[in-house]
Write a protein that binds this ligand. Structure first.
Ligand SMILES: [Zn+2]
Ligand SMILES: [Zn+2]
Length: 123
């Protein structure tokens, strides 16, 4: 724990406690709103699903070529929802949702101001 703080890794939260089946979830470790984004990689030639992985923040196929046709081109598609078939191929990106988090904090401020204002009116 201490070493990771010294090396500056503590800022890089991996959002491990965000459940995989939630679409949006506030990470209990860093407090960011996390969106679970599932991506599927297909061969561009034959359309076969390939096992996806993440390299340098980019969704790429695990293997460099298609096992069906040998093609090296691929397409990445975003999945709306993960299911038990695609979970074997798809890769999960835990993306921080910045804009929505700001909107939520804005409405919290409004709520606090409103609740503080009403008692004055009633007095
Ligand atoms: Zn986190
Ligand atoms: Zn192929």
């Amino acid at each position: 724990m201490r070493w990771s703080q010294i090396l500056g890794f503590s800022k890089e939260c991996s959002h491990d406690k965000v459940p995989l089946d939630a679409e949006y979830y506030y990470c209990p470790d860093c407090g960011e709103l996390i969106e679970n984004q599932w991506y599927l990689v297909r061969c561009a030639s034959c359309g076969l699903k390939e096992i996806a992985t993440v390299k340098n923040g980019e969704v790429v196929p695990l293997d460099n070529f298609c096992h069906n046709c040998g093609g090296r081109e691929y397409t990445v598609e975003r999945l709306e929802k993960i299911d038990c078939i695609n979970i074997n191929y798809a890769v999960l990106l835990k993306a921080i949702v910045k804009n929505e988090a700001e909107e939520y904090s804005q409405s919290w401020v409004d709520a606090i101001q409103t609740s503080g204002y009403i008692p004055k009116l009633l007095q």
